[in-house]
Design a protein around this ligand. Structure first.
Ligand code: DHB
Ligand code: MG
Length: 225
């Protein structure tokens, strides 16, 4: 009986295919000692397709790590598009820049170093983002969702990573702060009138997790602001 890893390998091989620049970015990230918590290739391709389906030209990513998902967003926005990606660790940001250079995509990407809480306010007043991907410290999910709404426009796509965490998200009493962050993110997406959302459980090479996808119905500051 095939396992979910076998299925992931089949889907990745068939639908994502050969990706030398992505593989080089992951190898560089591994050699630098970063954790292998980047999105799985099938998930990266999902984000890439979602970006193209939305016709997004301006993408905001919160949580760069080594730039693997960033590479897939940069491919999706095309030569006229822009990806702004925020990374708290300067060494990770430097690695991501090298990986983007190697992938020949650096011209489309602005890597901003700092905590989301500090960098996000500096993006106010720019053209709104068409798609926002939140994949950083899970404890700050609500803050990042609020900024996604402020920096977006009606119709902006908002994606929140890691919302299932091996099923733990269904445990309201979990002591895990990352899972509590995932729960608060889902609760905000379900109650804040700025968002209309759903979430899908996923099973790929990283195991059982999930991704929430939302559309911004109203942009700007929230009802509590
Ligand atoms: C973690 C973070 C991620 O973004 C991810 O995809 C998986 C795990 C973590 O911090 O545990
Ligand atoms: Mg993630």
């Amino acid at each position: 009986m095939p396992t979910h890893e076998d299925v992931d390998a089949f889907l990745t091989e068939t639908l994502v295919g050969s990706d030398p620049a992505g593989a080089a970015a992951l190898a560089a990230q591994h050699d630098a000692g970063l954790p292998a918590i980047e999105v799985a290739p099938v998930n990266a391709k999902f984000l890439h397709l979602l970006t193209r389906i939305a016709g997004a030209r301006r993408v905001l990513e919160i949580g760069t790590l080594g730039g693997y998902s960033t590479i897939w967003f940069a491919r999706a926005v095309g030569p006229q598009g822009t990806v702004v990606t925020i990374e708290a660790e300067s060494a990770n940001a430097a690695l991501a820049r090298r990986n983007l250079e190697h992938a020949d995509l650096a011209a489309r990407v602005e890597v901003r170093v700092g905590r989301g809480a500090d960098v996000l306010p500096t993006l106010e007043g720019q053209e709104p983002f068409d798609l926002v991907f939140i994949d950083a410290d899970k404890e700050s999910n609500e803050l990042y969702l609020d900024w996604a709404a402020r920096l977006g426009r009606p119709g902006t796509v908002v994606v929140l990573d890691n919302v299932v965490r091996g099923g733990e998200v269904a445990d309201a009493g979990t002591p895990d702060s990352k899972v509590q962050g995932a729960r608060r993110g889902i609760l905000m997406l379900g109650t804040d009138p700025r968002f209309d959302a759903t979430a899908l459980q996923t099973l790929d090479r990283k195991g059982w997790d999930g991704v929430a996808v939302a559309i911004l119905v109203h942009a700007g500051a929230g009802p509590g602001a």
